[in-house]
Design a protein around this ligand. Structure first.
Ligand code: PEP
Length: 261
């Protein structure tokens, strides 16, 4: 039996508070029949409060797109894990390639953030993935292994068991180019092997590994059919309620078909 499907929407720097209210209300209505998928919505910081209120009586979880690695302090412009908890977040995306590329975040900082998130009971969704040049140079497995080791190494097994991993090849994010299901599965099974070797089979079996990079309703099924692809981190397609809801429904149906076959 496969792990419970997990679909997270990353709204990036889109939607002000009133647009966020409309979007989340529509997603809530469209996804109300779905019971067997973990659904997480990650709006921008300024919309977390209003979205949180709308999600209080639902199974849809709230996540943030980033946080700082300290619980509080003189860090102008940053947001702390305790602030995220206070507003109702359970998840936080860390190490997204846009943070690495535009804000120069490196594996050392991401590792600090992962440790802090876990300390304050937030579940980190840790993003790993290679650039196009790295894939063309056939370095993609080495790159992901280094990111894995540097972002996650030295975590206690109990902490590691709480983490969610997202494999997001940088060349597939927001480009309309998706990794083929076989390319994605190869990397997901490689990451699963790292989890088994570095931690334990139990940890490896348990952790959801999401795929991210131009996921849409029409490619969700072929990705989710793969044994090590447990879900998706969805950017662009999570900004439209209809497409995000359809991705969630596809994930549920693919999972049910797998369970029943
Ligand atoms: C993302 O932002 O994590 C992402 C995968 O974006 P998109 O789905 O638009 O490629």
């Amino acid at each position: 039996m496969k792990r419970k499907p997990f679909i997270a929407g990353n709204w990036k720097m889109y939607k002000n508070a009133s647009e966020a209210v409309t979007l989340v209300q529509t997603i809530k209505a469209a996804a109300h029949t779905v019971s067997d998928v973990t659904i997480v919505i990650c709006p921008p910081f300024t919309a977390l409060g209003v979205v949180s209120k709308i999600l209080t009586d639902t199974a849809i979880q709230l996540g943030a797109q980033n946080m700082y690695s300290a619980p509080e302090g003189a860090f102008t412009g940053e947001i702390s894990p305790t602030m995220l908890k206070d507003v109702g977040c359970r998840y936080v995306i860390l190490g997204h390639s846009e943070r690495r590329q535009y804000f120069k975040e490196d594996d050392i900082l991401i590792h600090e953030k992962v440790k802090t998130a876990l300390k304050y009971s937030l579940v980190p969704i840790v993003c790993l993935g290679e650039t196009l040049a790295e894939r063309e140079a056939k370095k993609h497995f080495d790159i992901v292994k280094t990111q894995f080791d540097e972002c996650l190494a030295r975590l206690e097994k109990d902490d590691m068991a709480k983490v969610v991993i997202a494999y997001e090849p940088v060349w597939a994010i927001g480009t309309g180019k998706t990794a083929t299901p076989d390319q994605a599965e190869q990397m997901h099974s490689y990451i699963r092997r790292l989890l088994n070797e570095r931690y334990s089979q139990e940890v490896g079996n348990r952790i959801p590994i999401l795929y991210g990079g131009s996921v849409k309703p029409d490619n969700t099924k072929s990705l989710m059919e793969k044994p090590n692809i447990d879900g998706a981190l969805v950017g662009g397609a999570s900004l439209k309620a209809e497409s995000f809801a359809q991705i969630i429904i596809e994930a549920q149906q693919t999972h049910e078909a797998g369970i029943n076959s």
